[in-house]
Design a protein around this ligand. Structure first.
Ligand code: ZN
Length: 291
């Protein structure tokens, strides 16, 4: 398969060990996200890391619903949010201080200045659960490793990369001892050490089978079915229009007097919806007649 057409996540494990892994590689799904706004280049890269991270998290924390990863801070970056649902639909957005000069490279810690990460698990049925992660490490990968250690007490390693065209990630985790198989006690050390040699070009430039072969050609790797991932936001023009109309006739007319039209950006995907005065007045006229 042509690497540039891959948008998928794939699980793998190692026979006779208690180590499992995930690999994600996204092309179009990532490009669809970053082309929605004029992001400064370093932010496209950080956003790509978040998208790869939420894809990995979603496949690890299996939940029938939506998983989101949000960064909040007081630096150059005010919000960065990535979301993924059980059908591998991805969306993500970042908001930054456009009055500040864009740094050449953005370290998560500096960009958020005293900020934190929130992981939200929102099942279709039942209670929402939130976990807070301090931005202690410099990279998102380090923060996530910390999260898994805190929340699940499972040693985990995460590698993330993005370059404005592709984003990708690799994840390894040692499962609890009761699930450990006999005979390979040092597997975790060996397998995570081998993965730590992974290069950015490999994370972004080769398919999962070849990547795992390069890292683990002497190991018994078992690969599971890959799952396709895509960009998708649940916003629609009609839904946005309904939200505008729910402001009430008076408010809508006031905005029209001030601005001549109403423009709404989806806060999850940056899609812009514009409603003309004629369109809105026609609807308000209809409402006046029917009510
Ligand atoms: Zn949207």
């Amino acid at each position: 398969m042509n690497v540039q057409s891959i948008n998928e996540i794939q699980r793998f494990s190692f026979d006779n060990t208690n180590v499992r892994g995930e690999r994600v590689l996204l092309n179009e799904a990532y490009q669809e996200i970053i082309k929605r706004k004029q992001y400064p280049e370093p932010l496209e890269i950080l956003l790509g890391e978040f998208v790869a991270a939420i894809a990995l998290l979603r496949d690890i924390i299996k939940v029938d619903g939506i998983l989101s990863l949000q960064a909040k801070g007081n630096g150059f970056l005010s919000t960065l949010m990535a979301e993924c649902d059980e059908h591998q639909n991805l969306r993500a957005i970042a908001q930054w201080d456009e009055s500040q000069e864009t740094p050449d490279a953005i370290s998560l810690k500096e960009a958020l200045k005293g900020g934190y990460l929130v992981i939200t698990i929102q099942p279709r049925k039942g209670q929402r659960y939130q976990g807070i992660v301090d931005v202690a490490g410099d990279t998102l990968a380090e923060c996530l490793e910390q999260y898994f250690l805190q929340s699940e007490q499972l040693p985990s390693r995460v590698w993330l990369a993005a370059n404005g065209a592709q984003c990708g990630g690799l994840f390894l985790q040692r499962l609890p001892h009761e699930q450990a198989k006999q005979g390979d006690e040092d597997a975790w050390e060996r397998l995570s050490h081998l993965a730590s040699t992974v290069k950015e070009e490999e994370l972004l430039g080769i398919d999962t089978e070849l990547l795992l072969h390069r890292l683990y050609h002497e190991e018994e790797v078992r690969m599971y079915d890959a799952k396709a991932m895509q960009f998708s936001c649940s916003c629609t023009r009609q839904r946005t229009l309904d939200a505008v109309m729910s402001l009430g006739s008076e408010e809508v007319r006031e905005i029209l007097i001030e601005q001549g039209k109403i423009k709404v950006d989806c806060q999850f995907c940056a899609e812009e919806y514009e409603f003309s005065e004629a369109e809105l007045l026609a609807l308000l006229g209809d409402q006046a007649k029917t009510h």
